[in-house]
Design a protein around this ligand. Structure first.
Ligand code: KIV
Length: 285
């Protein structure tokens, strides 16, 4: 078992947390400096989520995110993470072609980017078969049910899933099938807390909730949302722990003002020549 502060988190360690009833804490990150802060703060799992598309790349949803985007952003997160388990999110259409191509794409997260696992949205029959192939190829997989953002055009909009009995049953079935297919954990996104509680009780593997209430085995939030660094709409489930937007905006305005008023750069923030050298320079030495 890893030491709480220093050793690398493993999948068996996360499983043991569920068994000991200890909460797993996860967050997203997409670059080196943020991943370093997050890792040093004691987070268990860092997801390089395809939410990258919305919070960093400025897209309206996650659909345009590519494999190259994901590999590019997973690499620095892995370099910064000395302790947390890093999971790479498989972007839209990276796992919808043949099994062979999908397994190859997943393997890139481990071989090229250095992640320890991948996350795959959905629990359709075809998806479950793919997950079995990934597990067979020694690629640990995190599942994801409830609101799966890559299905946005299918759903119509981002909203809570599983409020009605029929859909709730499908979500439970999806989570159970994912466990059977071999995932090590399942993200439950935007579902009623009561439904998340039922799933968490029925699964042997840990559930990680986002907008799924307190009964999950762990929680995940998008980094930019929780530190107030997001520009757009924030769902009800997000708790904002800091106001980074305000802090950065204040700093930039002060910088603009200082440059305009010639307060910056001052002598302290400049390099100097010795007076003897200046004289030599002026007098043509
Ligand atoms: O892409 C992402 O950040 C995610 C989390 C919301 C779980 O999938």
């Amino acid at each position: 078992m890893p030491d709480e502060k220093t050793e690398k988190i493993t999948i068996p360690f996360l499983q043991a947390k569920k068994e000991k009833n200890e909460k797993i804490v996860a967050i997203t990150a997409y670059d080196f400096p943020i991943a370093k802060i997050v890792d040093e703060s004691g987070i268990d799992l860092i997801l390089v989520g395809d939410s990258l598309g919305m919070v960093v790349l400025g897209y309206e949803n996650t659909i345009p995110v590519t494999m190259e985007d994901m590999i590019h952003h997973t690499k620095p997160v892995v370099r910064a993470s000395k302790r947390a388990l890093v999971v790479g999110d498989m972007p839209y259409f990276s796992f919808h072609l043949s099994n062979k191509e999908s397994v190859f794409n997943a393997s890139r997260f481990l071989k090229e980017a250095g992640a320890s696992a991948v996350k795959v949205e959905g629990a359709s029959k075809k998806r479950l078969k793919l997950i079995e192939s990934l597990v067979e190829a020694e690629i640990p997989v995190m599942g994801h049910v409830g609101l799966t953002p890559q299905s946005i055009y299918h759903f119509g909009k981002f909203k809570v899933r599983g409020k009605e009995v029929e859909e709730a049953k499908k979500i439970i079935q999806g989570a159970l099938s994912l466990e059977k297919a071999g995932v090590f954990s399942v993200v439950l996104e935007c579902i009623p807390m009561e439904l998340a509680g039922i799933i968490t009780e029925r699964l042997k593997i840990p559930t990680i909730g986002i907008g799924a209430g307190p009964y999950c085995d762990g929680q995940i939030l998008v980094f930019h949302d929780l530190v107030g660094f997001s520009n757009g709409y924030l769902p009800k489930f997000v708790k904002i722990y800091a106001d980074i937007n305000e802090l950065i905006s204040r700093a930039i305005k002060e910088y603009i003002n200082d440059v305009k008023k010639e307060k910056f750069p001052d002598s302290d923030h400049s390099y100097h020549m010795k007076s003897k050298k200046i004289k030599e320079l002026i007098n043509g030495g």
